[in-house]
Every structure is written in C-alpha cells, then in structure tokens.
Design a protein around this ligand. Structure first.
Ligand code: ZN
Length: 597
C-alpha cells in the first residue's frame, strides 16, 4: 500500500515533564504556504478549550533547512512556501487528567488527537498515518498501546503505525499507553475490551459481566437482530481516588471513575435482588451513557453539528435530544437488564426530578436555549447557575421520560421512545443525514400517532415542566413531595471551607437573598453565636420559621450584619412509589417499560 502523504509520529519524549513530541510530515504542502491548526474544542464537550495553548515549541523544516513559521491566529500557523516535503516538529505539554485533553507522566500516557495532532488545512479529507512510539528506557518496556485507530503495522505491544481515513477520524480515537489491565469480552459477536489504568484491585469478572449485559441491551434497542455499528469497541477507563467523567467516540469512549466505584472481589456476579452500591451503579450508568452515544450523537447527528468546524462554537438547539435522551436511556438499561430493581430505578428517577425542580433557572431558560448556550452557560456554570439555567441533560432526560410514557400509554405498551430511536437510526444514522427538530417531530408523530408539537413547544422550547405526575399515575406510580429534614428554609447552600462555613449559592426568591446574603460570604455567627464547619448543623437547627434571626458574615474582609427570616420547610424531595396491587393492564404497561421482573 502506498504511503500516506500526511504522516504523524508521536512519542512521549519526556514523561516526567509531561511532554509529547509530534512530528508531522506533509509531502505535498500548499505551494502558497501550508497552514496548520489545532481544534479549539473537542466534539462531545461544548466548550472552547484552545488546545493550541499547550504547544510549547514548534519548528518547520524542508530538506534539512529551517522554514519560517508565522502565527496567523491563536491556533493557526503558516509555513513559508516550499516545493516538496515539509516537516513540522513540535512539543505538547500534557498535564490534564481529563477525558477531554492529554496527560502524560511516568505512570501512563493518554491523549485525544485534538490535543496533539495539527490539522493540515486543505488536506484534512486525505487519509493519514500515525506512528505511535513508546517512551525510551527500561522503565517503559512493559508499556502497551490501547486504541481503536485502524492498524497498519504494529508490534505485539501496540506501538507502530496506524491509519485514519481523514483528520476527523484521526482525532476520534483516543490513545492510552501504559501498563493497564486489559479485559476482553464479546457482545453480539463483536469484540469489546476495557483498558483499566490506575492503581486498583477489583472484580473484573463482575464488571465485564455487567457491562456485557448493558451493551447487549443497547445494541438490541437499535437493532433487534443484534447488529452493532462497529467491528470492535474499547472502553479506556482511568481510575483515580475520586473522579467522574466520560467522552464518547465512534468506536470507543474515555472514562474516569473513582477507585471505590469499581466492584470489589467480594461482590460476586450480580444476581437479581442484590442492590448495587451507588458508586458502582453510577459507573455502570456512565458506561451505558457513553455506549449509547455510539449511536445517539456519533452516528445519529444533529444537522447543526455536521459542519465539523472545530475552530469556533457550533450551535445546536438539540442537545436535549443528544444528551437528554442519552441520559434517559442510560439508566433505563440498568433496570431493563435487571441490574437495578423497579424500586431502585424509581429512586434514581425521583432524584433527577428533585434536582430539576429545585432550580428556579428552569423557569427562565428552556432546554432548547440551554442547548444553544451550552458554550457559555452549561459548561461555564457559576454560583448563579441554579437560578439562571436548566440542564439539557437532566430536564432533557425527563422530557424523554414524558415522551416515552405518552407513547406507551397511547400504544398500550406496544411502542415506546425506543421506536423513535430506531427510526432516527434508520433514517439518519444509517444514511449519514443530519437530524433537525422538524424531522424529529415527524418521527415522534409517526410513532405516537398524534403530533407532539404542542408538548415540544411548551416543555422544550418554552419553560413548562413535563406533566410527570399525571403520566406516571397511568403506570401505577405515585409522585409526591416531601421535606426530608423538616428544617425551615433559608435558601442558601453552605459548604465547609476549612474550619469556616461559606455560602456557596443563594437561591432566587429565598430568605437568604432577601436578607442580602451572597455566594462567597463567610458565615461567622447566628444570633450572636459562632458558626463553624463543625457546629453548623446544630446552629441551623435553632432557626425558626417566620422568626427574625441575626446573621454575621464576612464579605471579603468586611463584616456584615443582616436579619434573616426563614420560610416554612420546603417539600423539595420527590418521592415515586409503586402502587400495589395494580390491575393487570397497568402491570403490563409498567413491565413493557421497565422490564418484566
Ligand atoms: Zn453524553
């Protein structure tokens, strides 16, 4: 096979200084002066990150001679015109232990191509190759490479040459290097693997068994015959003391979890009736979420994001579908596969409902607006976020729940939102066409029988709450609200800051706001008695509804003294309970939705 005319080579040259060296060879550079750039954001994470800021040094060469490079803007370089092969060599600083960036030290290497591979402008549709090298030295002899990049010629440890059909494919396959634990299993005949990085001992057999069940359920949701859209799939899982995160790719996902989130050796392969530990359940939910994205957003894509311009923000009003629906189907897979019971699932749903209803921001911002403004709002939350924004993840998942229940009620359990997903997969995923809101409304109508335009207008494009209590009632589920601690309501969130107590958030319309307290204020005394991180709970128990209390707080270095009058306890905690017994038709509806167990 002929060599690609664009070739990358990457080596973790200085692990202890967190530096990769990348060499980029372009055989046919633009005769006017070849331009190169690095993405400003990574697909799946809607925030400008300006990865070019981590390039420490860069030089260009042609036939052994230095070629001048000019910086055109924050992430674009142009080389002086040359005839024939141009080579760029540059260093990238990698000290971001997240699923979105690049990281390197003596223990492992992880990178997304969007952090390390410069795009060759004008040649980004061409195939390219990348040679992945391991660090030099005896300490790194046991390292291996894990990635889903298509292999050209590699050694048994995975180092060597890989290929990509074009630039966007090149940066859609994150790479892990190190001494990871390697777990393998098959789902519907397709090889799956989990590369686990980090110091951790856990029950690998159980993890594989549970992940396998989830993957099979997701594959069959889209293709009942069990046909997966990829020929192999890889989970790159980094385990840290405490952490959480995931980023989806076409054939793989990068994940971060806490050490205690993995199943212990004494937690045997799951049998129905043993509740999952919360941390492990959260990890399985995350795995389920990112895997579902292999269809929903990676292959079924919003038309607005198909321009693939990574140099600036790309706007879509549909993240409530691509993140919200995914957030709905992630946990739904856990209950349908029997990994959690109906009761546990309802507790999880109730927690989501409580979280959404608690934020006054949902009255100001719709999930369509939240999607559009993800770049400056959802991804850049400050202390005012609960008052000003709504999450297209959590409210989006409740929109999905409402749609699912409406379809199920009307079709008497014969159809559900999964039929909408299947239609989206067939009409858009498999054809490569982009999804628009109109196209989605049409599919919803085809599956539901009636138009859902009114529901979308009020609950998606405007700020209404979906009518969940009424919908859940049809499935034999009562929705109620309670106050868990019966404490009078101040409407501020307090956090320990060392031995002191800081106000982290003040809710709109709350007694704390009326009193003039603000996020960032340090609470020092209540009714003349000192408040500390140790005694804050006791101190708050002295609050009485409707009574005037004196609060001392520091704002910066200035002492404030304000009067606050707490409101009645707020019933902010949603409770969902199964009505029992229920008639057979309701039980059937419920089982068609949550699974028959
Ligand atoms: Zn997601």
């Amino acid at each position: 096979m002929a060599r690609c005319s664009v070739r990358y080579s990457i080596c973790p040259v200085l692990p202890e200084a967190h530096q990769y060296e990348v060499c980029l060879t372009v055989e046919r550079p633009d005769p006017e002066g070849q331009c190169f750039d690095l993405p400003a954001w990574i697909p799946g994470s809607y925030m400008i990150r300006e990865f070019a800021r981590h390039i420490m040094s860069i030089r260009a060469e042609h036939k052994g001679q230095a070629v001048a490079l000019h910086k055109l803007d924050k992430h674009t370089w142009q080389a002086a015109p040359v005839k024939g092969t141009l080579t760029l060599t540059y260093r990238v600083y990698a000290w971001d232990l997240s699923v979105r960036g690049a990281h390197l030290d003596q223990s492992h290497a992880f990178f997304n191509g969007s952090s390390v591979f410069l795009r060759v402008l004008g040649q980004d549709d061409e195939p390219c190759s990348v040679t992945i090298q391991l660090p030099q030295g005896a300490d790194y002899r046991a390292w291996r490479v894990a990635t889903t990049l298509p292999v050209q010629k590699v050694r048994s440890n995975g180092s060597g040459e890989y290929l990509a059909a074009h630039y966007l494919q090149l940066i859609d396959h994150p790479v892990e290097m190190g001494q990871f634990q390697w777990l393998e299993f098959e789902v519907c005949g397709v090889p799956h693997a989990i590369a686990v990085t980090g110091r951790v001992e856990f029950n690998a057999e159980r993890l594989c068994a549970d992940v396998q069940r989830i993957c099979e359920a997701q594959i069959r949701l889209f293709e009942p015959n069990g046909e997966a859209p990829f020929s192999r799939y890889l989970f790159l899982l980094t385990v840290v003391g405490d952490g959480y995160g995931g980023l989806e790719h076409c054939d793989s996902t990068a994940l971060i979890c806490g050490r205690d989130d993995l199943p212990r050796h004494d937690e045997m392969v799951s049998t129905h009736g043993q509740p999952l530990r919360e941390g492990y359940r959260t990890l399985l939910g995350l795995i389920s979420h990112e895997y579902f994205h292999a269809w929903n957003v990676k292959r079924i894509r919003p038309l607005d994001l198909m321009q693939d311009d990574l140099s600036e923000e790309n706007y879509t009003r549909l993240l409530w579908v691509f993140e919200g629906f995914t957030s709905y189907f992630d946990d739904l897979a856990l209950v349908r596969t029997g990994l959690v019971t109906h009761d546990e699932y309802l507790t999880m749903l109730a927690r989501t409902i409580s979280g959404v209803w608690r934020g006054a921001g949902r009255h100001l911002q719709s999930v369509a607006e939240s999607s559009f403004d993800a770049w400056i709002k959802y991804y850049r939350q400050d202390e005012n976020a609960p008052n000003a924004i709504v999450s297209y993840y959590t409210k989006g998942s409740l929109i999905a729940l409402a749609m699912d229940l409406m379809i199920r009620r009307k079709s008497l359990g014969e159809q559900g939102l999964e039929d909408v997903m299947r239609q989206l997969w067939q009409n858009f995923g498999q054809t490569g066409q982009g999804v628009t809101e109109d196209a989605l409304l049409q599919i919803l109508q085809d599956v539901h029988g009636d138009s859902m335009a009114e529901f979308v207008a009020t609950c998606v494009n405007s700020c209404e709450d979906p009518p969940l209590a009424e919908l859940l009632f049809n499935f034999g589920i009562e929705m109620s609200w309670r106050n868990s601690d019966r404490m009078p309501w101040l409407g501020c969130k307090l956090v320990a800051d060392g031995a002191e107590v800081k106000i982290a958030q003040v809710m709109s319309g709350s007694p704390a706001e009326r009193a003039g307290l603000s996020a960032g204020d340090m609470l020092v005394a209540l009714d003349g008695l000192r408040v500390t991180a140790n005694n804050q709970e006791k101190a708050l128990m002295r609050l009485r509804e409707g009574q005037l209390h004196q609060v001392h707080a520091f704002r910066r270095d200035e002492l404030l003294c304000v009067d606050v009058v707490p409101d009645a306890p707020k019933a902010e905690q949603c409770v969902l309970s199964l009505r029992s017994p229920v008639d057979l038709p309701i039980r059937k509806l419920r089982q068609a939705w949550m699974g028959a167990h």
